[in-house]
Design a protein around this ligand. Structure first.
Ligand code: SAM
Length: 393
């Protein structure tokens, strides 16, 4: 297979900006695609695949090509993708034959190289998860398909499948998740369909969180860290639009996006509230149910954002743990006595999950109803954690 020079250079530039300037991969790709509307579907997928896999497999590729330079890492990735390396691609590192022959040695490398993660993260994974870490990090390095949630305010699952099929998109049901659909590996959803409101892109693991809140029509639900509303929209659908879902966040941009999405989704029971300092007092005892989908390391989402493993630093982890503790201490005042709290993260680390819940229980006032850890290894989904707790009356 032959490569196009401009596309190869563009891909290497994006990977370099992710490594050197800690840019967010998704944003960089989107900006490059916006700036180059002439790139066709195949061009875009060549760039996206190159960049995602170079970022995901940085250390493995470095081992194969015996270099840490991005140009060399790209060369090794293209060899893996079956391309002939053109004469115009200059890099300092192992030859194509050497790259191919070193593949067989990867399995014998230490896990941090084999699974392509920083050493500190590997050490942390072992401390936190013990023997389970090996399988979890391997699962987190697998590419993820696109999952959709059918917005039951606008369509049934069968109607959504038919509508997608009319638009040349094949989607299948996901066992055990009543509103979920999955696209075939490597397929993406065309933009007009994404903006329709009948379906939302939402990982299958994420779709397990709002049902744990168990919202009932007519109730008042607070989603205290709603962001752009992945879970708020799901809550509104589960409530059949009856009652009130307050989507709250400290980030007005995300709330504005949530408002746009709610309109599209016909989720009229959803209202946004920008978090202010007095929020917990203003809303004291208001919520029948409270979701705290807390800021976290995001380690459960490495499949979709492999750049995170290079951006994340131990000090950030300490910071998010402190925020988690603070939100659990403060925001729970918004819940009625007898109400249900769901604490959730997209992390698989017990220090962000069960340990935070245990601290809350130990401080008195809450008892555990059930836990829902979502293991990427066991499910193939992104990693999540959620615990449902009762606020004692
Ligand atoms: C894990 S994300 C939420 C994802 C969202 N619930 C969803 O399903 O799409 C965490 C959110 O917490 C917000 N956040 C950060 N600090 C906060 C705080 N002190 N209070 C409330 N939200 C906060 C962030 O802006 C971010 O949107």
């Amino acid at each position: 297979m032959r490569m196009h020079r401009l596309l190869a250079e563009a891909a290497a530039e994006i990977a370099k900006s992710v490594f050197r300037e800690h840019r967010v991969l998704d944003h960089e790709l989107a900006a490059a695609f916006d700036a180059n509307p002439r790139w066709g579907k195949r061009d875009r997928s060549f760039i996206a695949e190159t960049v995602f896999e170079v970022v995901r497999w940085r250390r493995v590729l470095g081992f194969l090509v015996d270099s840490e330079e991005t140009t060399a890492l790209c060369a090794a990735q293209w060899v893996r993708m079956g391309y002939d390396l053109p004469d115009w691609w200059n890099y300092n590192g192992a030859s194509v034959d050497e790259i191919r022959s070193r593949e067989a040695e990867i399995a014998g490398q230490p896990r941090a190289i084999r699974e392509s993660i920083p050493d500190w993260l590997d050490e942390l994974g072992v401390v936190e998860l013990g023997d389970a870490w090996d399988a979890e990090i391997a699962a987190l390095n697998q590419r993820a398909p696109v999952y959709l949630r059918v917005n039951t305010l606008c369509a049934t699952r069968d109607q959504a499948i038919s509508w997608l099929a009319e638009n040349h998109v094949t989607a299948s049901e996901v066992p055990g998740l009543p509103d979920a659909l999955v696209l075939p590996a490597g397929k993406v959803l065309p933009k007009p369909l994404r903006l329709d409101g009948r379906i939302e892109i939402q990982d299958a693991g994420s779709q397990m969180i709002s049902p744990l809140v168990d919202p009932q029509p007519g109730e008042r639900i607070i989603d205290a860290c709603s962001g752009a509303g992945g879970k708020s929209l799901h809550l509104a659908a589960l409530m059949q639009n009856e009652g009130r879902v307050f989507g709250m966040d400290v980030d007005q941009k995300k709330l504005s996006e949530l408002e746009r999405r709610a309109k599209r989704a016909r989720a009229s029971c959803l209202k946004t509230k920008l978090i202010v300092e007095t929020m917990a007092e203003d809303f004291a005892g208001v919520a029948d149910r409270l979701l705290i989908d807390s800021p976290c390391s995001g380690l459960g989402t490495l499949k979709r954002q492999p750049d995170l493993k290079w951006r994340l630093k131990p000090a950030q982890l300490d910071r998010v743990r402190a925020i988690q503790q603070e939100l659990l201490e403060n925001y729970t005042a918004m819940l009625k006595p007898g109400g249900r709290l769901v604490y959730a993260t997209c992390s698989i680390l017990p220090s962000e999950n069960r340990q935070q819940v245990d601290r809350l229980i130990a401080s008195g006032g809450f008892s555990l109803i059930k836990e829902k850890p979502v293991s990427p290894h066991q499910t193939g989904f992104d990693g999540f954690y959620a615990a449902a707790l009762l606020k004692n009356g």
